[in-house]
Design a protein around this ligand. Structure first.
Ligand SMILES: [Zn+2]
Length: 189
């Protein structure tokens, strides 16, 4: 964290103070079939869970002051040395304004983890489908290697009970549905 920087100080009545804040990348606790529930960690950012990623959101940032989550779409901000800088970023809840630097925004690769949730039914292990009836669930994470993606997934999903990882693969792109003319609903399918 660096010292506050004064912007626009001088003759007027208003002095706006914009701090530079660094937000490290951190895996937040998430739950739900597509990560609908998440627990933000203040002063960090995390990769958007699937349901937000399909809406074009890449990351979620936790306000260091009030811990409100802010959605950061793909393409927002300026990239430099792998960090993404958001100028005069303001929290909608508490009003905290800062120049936010999201560290490791672009240095890691995006991996998809395909897994099955295992439950016991009548003493037998069965695969439990998600709310859409799909047996194989998907989750995304930023990592340097496939092994790191796997390890990170296992740690974050410890609260899930039993699961079986089907595969871990590199995500090569996001594609909009053909019927979605504005291409606002992105998917990895
Ligand atoms: Zn806030």
């Amino acid at each position: 964290m660096s010292e506050p920087k004064i912007v626009g100080a001088g003759t007027g009545d208003t002095v706006i103070t914009v701090r530079n804040l660094d937000y490290p990348l951190k895996a937040w606790r998430v739950e739900g079939d597509e990560g609908e529930q998440m627990w933000p960690e203040p002063g960090t950012w995390t990769l958007a869970p699937e349901f937000l990623m399909r809406k074009g959101v890449k990351g979620v940032l936790g306000c260091p002051q009030c811990n409100t989550a802010a959605l950061i779409p793909w393409g927002m901000g300026t990239l430099s040395n792998g960090a993404n800088t958001l100028n005069q970023f303001q929290c909608q809840k508490c009003g905290l304004m800062c120049t936010a630097r999201l560290l490791e925004w672009d240095t890691r690769k995006l991996f998809c983890i395909a897994y099955e949730k295992i439950v016991k039914v009548g003493g037998v292990d069965v695969v439990e489908p998600n709310s859409k009836g799909e047996l194989v669930r998907k989750e995304y994470t930023h990592a340097l290697t496939r092994e790191e993606a796997f390890t990170c997934f296992v740690e974050v999903r410890r609260s899930y009970g039993r699961f079986r990882v089907v595969d871990v693969g590199l995500v090569i792109g996001f594609f909009g549905h053909e019927k979605d003319k504005d291409q606002t609903n992105l998917t990895t399918d």
